[in-house]
Design a protein around this ligand. Structure first.
Ligand SMILES: Cc1ncc(COP(=O)(O)O)c(C=O)c1O
Length: 402
């Protein structure tokens, strides 16, 4: 579609008809293969953004292509008024692989968090009474853009202009145990935490903080919700990021990588919490449709193959060591943060400029808050490709870091 147009022509057309909600780069990607993408002019880039942690198995993964082709010939959509075999199969896989026993399917991360907030409130009110509805999340967090999830998002810049916001949300600083203990009480319905803050700049929650969150939830009858929309599904080198801490939540949200590029979200819960939802309490027309859940099964089947995650951990460590070497070589200051293939490297002197400098040399990266480079390569990226990315970063820094 719109074949033959240059990037500049597409930008001009897009600005005329697409609503202005993104600060977009002048780049239009039209093809991908493995860890690589091509723009409309045929320029090739090594992709360390992966659609913001969506294309975790890279582009054109045969298991995903096959699942889509097969499903397209069978049936794309049926209503949740009926049973959907692929949905049941994906729920079974997710339950087998996690603390959870029940799954609700939707279409995005925000929707999964919206569902989690609703479930937590319903559960709290049913079990303890009307006054238990407060949701505590973290400052600098990101949970989505619906009214409830942007209210849970602990960054005022996302909330400005949208008041009045839903009631009953408050925030504590990540890894501040004192503040957490002060804030949680009988009115708390849930604590909502990203095990690693992604959009906030790649800040991991400490094991101690997650453990304290678990204990406080148990003490006050609140539910612990982990938002693993960005860090779940192999991104950290474990299937779920919270596995590193050994702390299990009551509810977990997933999206992004679950569909390998096909929109899907999921909200997982244990039996008791899940039972708070009855027919009519929550729903989604497209949620868990045959296509999205067929792809979800294909993605999980790849990620659960023996050795897949060990291999991710090994290559991720190789990449991290390469970044740490560069950080030392150029004395860039603050250390590299994150786990597995979600890494943040603060480069305050270059800021957002580094994104353009890398792109000119054939590497796509993302910068958060004008300061921290965030790397989200495909989990399938090879060591040779990691070397190529490190080589480009080395060149960018050698020419621009003073
Ligand atoms: C941790 C986290 N939660 C929720 C969301 C929202 O997901 P979506 O954009 O699919 O609504 C994001 C998106 O970046 C995210 O990183």
């Amino acid at each position: 579609m719109l074949e033959g147009l240059s990037t500049a022509e597409l930008v001009a057309k897009g600005q005329a008809v697409v609503m202005n909600t993104y600060g977009r780069l002048p780049l239009a990607l039209v093809r991908g293969e493995g860890s690589w993408v091509w723009d409309v002019e045929g320029t090739r880039y090594l992709d360390f953004v992966t659609g913001l942690a969506v294309n975790s198995l890279g582009y054109g993964h045969p298991a995903i292509v096959q699942a889509i082709q097969k499903q397209a010939k069978e049936i794309l959509h049926t209503s949740n008024l009926y049973w959907i075999p692929n949905q049941i199969a994906l729920a079974e896989r997710l339950a087998e692989s996690s603390f959870a026993s029940k799954v609700f399917f939707c279409n995005s991360g925000a929707e999964a968090n919206e569902a989690a907030i609703k479930l937590a409130r319903k559960y709290a009110k049913k079990k303890y009474g009307e006054d238990k509805f407060e949701i505590i999340s973290l400052k600098n967090s990101f949970h989505g853009r619906t009214l409830a999830t942007l209210t849970a998002t602990g960054q005022t810049k996302y909330q400005q202009g949208f008041a009045p916001l839903p009631e009953g949300f408050s925030y504590v600083e990540i890894n501040n145990l004192g503040e957490l203990k002060e804030r949680v009480n009988e009115k708390t319905a849930a604590l909502l935490i990203e095990p690693i803050q992604g959009e906030g700049g790649v800040f991991p929650a400490s094991e101690e903080f997650l453990r304290a969150a678990r204990e406080l939830c148990d003490q006050y009858g609140a539910l612990l919700i982990f938002d693993e929309v960005q860090v779940g599904l192999g991104r950290t080198g474990k299937l779920f990021a919270h596995e590193w801490s050994g702390v299990a939540p009551d509810i977990m949200t997933l999206a992004k990588a679950l569909g390998g590029g096909v929109p899907i979200g999921a909200m997982l819960a244990g039996e008791e919490a899940a039972a708070a939802f009855q027919p009519g309490d929550h729903a989604s027309t497209f949620g868990g449709n045959p296509l999205a859940t067929a792809v979800g099964c294909a993605v999980l089947d790849v990620m659960r193959q023996p050795g897949f995650l060990e291999d991710v951990r090994e290559r991720a460590l190789y990449f991290r060591q390469g970044l740490e070497h560069l950080a030392e070589k150029y004395k860039t200051g603050e250390s590299v943060r994150g786990q597995g293939f979600i890494l943040g490297w603060p480069l305050p002197k270059l800021g957002g400029e580094v994104v353009q400098l890398c792109r000119e040399r054939g590497l796509l990266v993302n910068c958060i808050g004008g300061k921290t480079l965030r790397f989200l390569p495909p989990l399938t990226v090879s060591k040779e490709e990691i070397d190529q990315a490190l080589g480009i970063l080395d060149r960018v820094l050698s020419e621009n870091w003073k």
